[in-house]
Design a protein around this ligand. Structure first.
Ligand SMILES: Cc1cc2nc3c(=O)[nH]c(=O)nc-3n(C[C@H](O)[C@H](O)[C@H](O)COP(=O)(O)OP(=O)(O)OC[C@H]3O[C@@H](n4cnc5c(N)ncnc54)[C@H](O)[C@@H]3O)c2cc1C
Length: 604
C-alpha cells in the first residue's frame, strides 16, 4: 500500500495544485517539477527513514558526558534530507530555495513523517530559519538562516521552562544588555541570557556544525524587575557555538549547557533536552551568561515566535496524520493476511470450513474505515490549509486576507483533529492486530506512542480549544467563522444531486456549531463559555472533517475505481458514524454545563 496515489489525488484531482503555476512566484513550476520533488522525498523516506524507525526507538539518544550520541542512521537521514534542498524548498531562488508552493512542500514532507516521524525532517530548522527571514536583520538572515537552509546549522525553538508550559507569560529567563556597546553588535543587539529551558527538541546533538536556539526571554525594566505578562517577552538568537559575521565558528563555545535528556514515551529518535542558559559552565569572554542577539523589537518576542508556532502547528497536525496513515496501512496489510474465525451463516458457524481472513469481518472493516476517514480526511485538511498559506502569500490582497482569516480559524483544527483522532486511529490499528498489536514485534504500538505527544506539544488540546472558542471564532466580529461557513455551504450546494442526505447533515451541523458558539458566549462570562471548550473543539473538528470529506466526494465525479469507492465509503462512514456525535458535544457547550467546572476539589 503506497501513500503516493492518495497524495497525487488530493493535490491534483481535488486541490488542482497546478493552477498555482499561473502565479508569478511559481511560474517555473509544473506537474513535472512537483512530481520530481515528491519522487525524491518518497525515495529518501523509503531508503533512509523507514528502515530505521524501530532502531531509533530502541537506541534512544544518550549522553556520553561530552556529546549526545544518536544512531548513524539519523546522521545519514539528516544529510540526505539537507542535500535534497527541502530545508529551503519554499524560499526564494536568491537564497537557494526552489520557490516551491507550500502545498507541495507539505505533501513532500508527509513521506518523512510516515516513514519515521522521530528521525524528523528538519521542521524545527526550516521553521527557525523561515522566522528569521521574516523578522531578522539582513546579517541575521545571512549568518544564521542561510546556514540553516543548507543544513550546516540546525535550529530549535526554546519557549517552555520547567514552571512555564502553557502559560508562557511566566517565563523567567532573563536577558540583560551585554556591555555598554551592546547595541553596536553587527549580529543584533547583544544580551546575556540566564535561565532554564525545558523540553527543547533537538536541543543537543552532533548532527550539524552548530545549533541555533531561538529563545524567549524577558529584559528586566529599569528597576531590574521582569515585566509581567507576554508583553515583556523578547526573542533572541542564541547559537550553541559562537560565530563571526561571516557565519564562521570562532572556536568559542556559548554558555548553553545540557542539563539532561528527557526519556520519552515515544518519538525517541529526536533528542529532548533541559538546557541551562548562562549558568557559567562555558563562560564567554570570561563571563557567565549565554550570548543572545535580539530578533525584532524588545517586547515583541511572542508575536515573532508565533510565526514559527503556526507553521509548527500545521507540521504537528501533519505528523499526527501521517502516524495515523502509517497505522492504517500496517493494519490493512495485517487484516488481509491474518486468518481468524468463520462467518456466521444462517445455521451458525461451520467449523469444518477454513478460517477467513479478518478483513472479511464487518467489525474489522469498521475499524479500517474509521482509520481511513480520520487520517485521509486530516491529510486533505492539512493540504487544504497549506494551499491557504500559498493563497495568503501569492493571492490578490482580498484573497490573501480571506486565506489569512480562514487559516486563523482552521489552524487549531489542523493541529488538534489529527492529534486526537489519528491517535484513536492508531489505537484501532493495535486492536486489529489483537495481542500481536500489543507487542513490539509489530510497528503499531510505536505509532501510538509516537502519536501520543501531539495532543501535548505546540499548545495542548485544552489550550487549542480555548484559542478556538475564546479567540478564533470571535476575531474580527466572527468573520473567519463566517467565511468558513460560506465555503461549507458552497460544498453542500454542490453535493445536492449525489449526496443530498450528507449535504443536509452538513448544513445542520454548521447550524448547530453556530448556535452553540452564540450560546456559549450568551452569558458573556469567559470562564463559563470556555469550561467546555474541548467538546466544542471536537464538534468543530468533526464538522470541518465532514465538510472536507463531502468536498472530496464531490470531486470524484463518475470515477468508480476501487480508490474512488473507498473515498465514497469513508465519506459515508464519517457522516453516519462520526458526525452525529457532535450533538452530545455541543449540548454541554450550549447549556454552559458546569458539571465539571463546579465540582469542588474535595469531591474528586
Ligand atoms: C516531547 C516534547 C517535545 C517538546 N518540544 C518543545 C520544544 O521544542 N520547544 C518548547 O519550547 N517546548 C517544547 N515542548 C513543551 C510543550 O510545548 C509543553 O509540554 C506544553 O506547552 C505544555 O506545557 P506543560 O508540559 O508545562 O504542561 P502544563 O502547561 O502544566 O499543562 C498541564 C495540563 O493543564 C492544562 N492547562 C494548563 N493551563 C490551563 C488553563 N489555563 N486552562 C485549562 N487547562 C490548562 C493543559 O491543557 C494540560 O492538560 C515539548 C514537550 C514535549 C513533551
Amino acid at each position: 500500500m503506497s501513500l503516493r496515489p492518495t497524495v497525487d489525488f488530493l493535490l491534483h484531482e481535488w486541490l488542482k495544485v497546478e493552477s498555482l503555476q499561473s502565479r508569478e512566484r511559481f511560474a517555473d513550476h509544473s506537474r513535472e517539477t512537483f512530481d520530481a520533488v515528491l519522487d525524491t522525498c518518497e525515495r529518501i523516506a523509503r531508503d533512509k527513514y523507514a528502515p530505521f524507525n524501530r532502531l531509533v526507538d530502541t537506541q534512544e539518544p544518550h549522553f556520553d558526558g561530552e556529546k549526545v550520541i544518536l544512531p548513524q542512521a539519523t546522521h545519514d537521514a539528516y544529510k540526505a534530507y539537507a542535500e535534497s534542498g527541502m530545508l529551503s524548498a519554499a524560499q526564494d531562488y536568491e537564497v537557494g530555495g526552489m520557490q516551491l508552493p507550500y502545498t507541495v512542500e507539505a505533501a513532500a514532507n508527509a513521506f518523512f513523517a510516515m516513514a519515521s516521524v522521530s528521525i524528523g525532517s528538519g521542521m524545527l530548522t526550516s521553521g527557525n530559519a523561515n522566522l528569521l527571514m521574516v523578522h531578522g536583520t539582513e546579517l541575521q538572515k545571512q549568518v544564521f538562516a542561510a546556514n540553516e537552509f543548507s543544513g550546516r546549522f540546525s535550529g530549535t525553538m526554546c519557549l517552555s521552562e520547567p514552571q512555564a508550559g502553557s502559560s508562557l507569560s511566566d517565563v523567567t529567563t532573563r536577558a540583560t544588555p551585554d556591555g555598554a556597546d551592546f547595541e553596536a553588535d553587527a549580529l543584533g543587539a547583544r544580551y546575556r541570557l540566564k535561565g532554564n529551558k525545558m523540553w527543547i527538541s533537538s536541543g543537543e546533538h552532533e548532527l550539524s556544525e552548530n545549533i541555533i536556539h531561538l529563545v524567549l526571554a524577558k529584559i528586566p525594566d529599569a528597576n531590574g524587575q521582569l515585566v509581567p505578562g507576554v508583553k515583556g517577552i523578547s526573542l533572541f538568537i542564541v547559537p550553541k557555538k559562537m560565530v563571526d559575521t561571516h557565519g564562521q565558528l570562532t572556536g568559542e563555545r556559548n554558555d548553553v549547557a545540557l542539563a539532561g535528556l528527557n526519556h520519552k514515551c515515544g518519538w525517541r529518535g529526536t533528542t529532548n533536552t533541559l538546557l541551562n542558559f548562562g549558568e557559567g559552565k562555558y563562560p564567554v569572554r570570561g563571563e557567565a551568561g549565554a550570548v543572545g542577539y535580539l530578533v525584532g523589537k524588545p517586547g515583541e518576542g511572542l508575536r515573532c515566535m508565533f510565526h514559527m508556532m503556526n507553521e509548527a502547528r500545521i507540521g504537528v497536525g501533519m505528523a499526527a496524520t501521517m502516524l495515523g496513515m502509517a497505522g492504517y496501512y500496517a493494519s490493512l496489510d495485517y487484516a488481509k493476511n491474518r486468518p481468524q474465525g468463520r462467518p456466521t451463516g444462517a445455521g451458525g458457524k461451520d467449523a469444518s470450513q477454513p478460517q477467513v481472513r479478518i478483513i472479511e469481518h464487518a467489525d474489522i472493516k469498521r475499524m479500517l474505515l474509521a482509520q481511513k476517514a480520520y487520517s485521509e480526511g486530516a491529510l486533505a485538511l492539512a493540504l487544504y490549509s497549506a494551499r491557504l498559506v500559498d493563497e495568503q502569500h501569492t493571492g490578490t490582497p482580498e484573497d490573501a486576507d480571506v486565506a489569512r482569516l480562514l487559516l486563523e480559524v482552521l489552524t487549531p483544527i489542523v493541529k488538534s483533529f489529527p492529534s486526537e483522532w489519528c491517535l484513536e486511529a492508531n489505537s484501532l490499528a493495535i486492536q486489529i492486530h489483537g495481542g500481536y498489536g500489543y507487542t513490539r514485534d509489530f510497528p503499531v504500538e510505536q505509532y501510538w506512542r509516537d502519536n501520543r505527544l501531539n495532543m501535548i506539544h505546540e499548545g495542548t488540546h485544552g489550550i487549542q480549544a480555548m484559542d478556538l472558542l475564546g479567540r478564533k471564532v470571535l476575531m474580527e466580529k466572527g468573520r473567519g467563522l463566517q467565511l468558513l461557513a460560506e465555503r461549507m455551504q458552497a460544498t453542500a450546494a454542490k453535493a445536492e444531486t449525489h449526496w443530498a442526505p450528507e449535504a443536509a447533515a452538513l448544513r445542520d451541523a454548521l447550524k448547530q456549531v453556530g448556535q452553540a458558539t452564540q450560546q456559549a458566549w450568551a452569558g458573556a462570562q469567559p470562564a463559563e463559555a470556555l469550561a467546555n471548550a474541548v467538546p466544542y473543539l471536537q464538534a468543530f473538528g468533526h464538522t470541518v472533517i465532514a465538510w472536507i470529506w463531502l468536498d472530496v466526494a464531490n470531486s470524484l465525479g463518475e470515477d468508480n475505481s476501487p480508490a474512488a469507492q473507498g473515498r465514497r465509503a469513508a465519506c459515508r462512514y464519517f457522516f453516519r458514524y462520526e458526525l452525529p456525535k457532535i450533538g452530545a458535544w455541543l449540548n454541554v457547550v450550549s447549556s454552559r454545563d458546569a458539571t465539571c467546572a463546579d465540582l469542588p476539589e474535595d469531591a474528586f
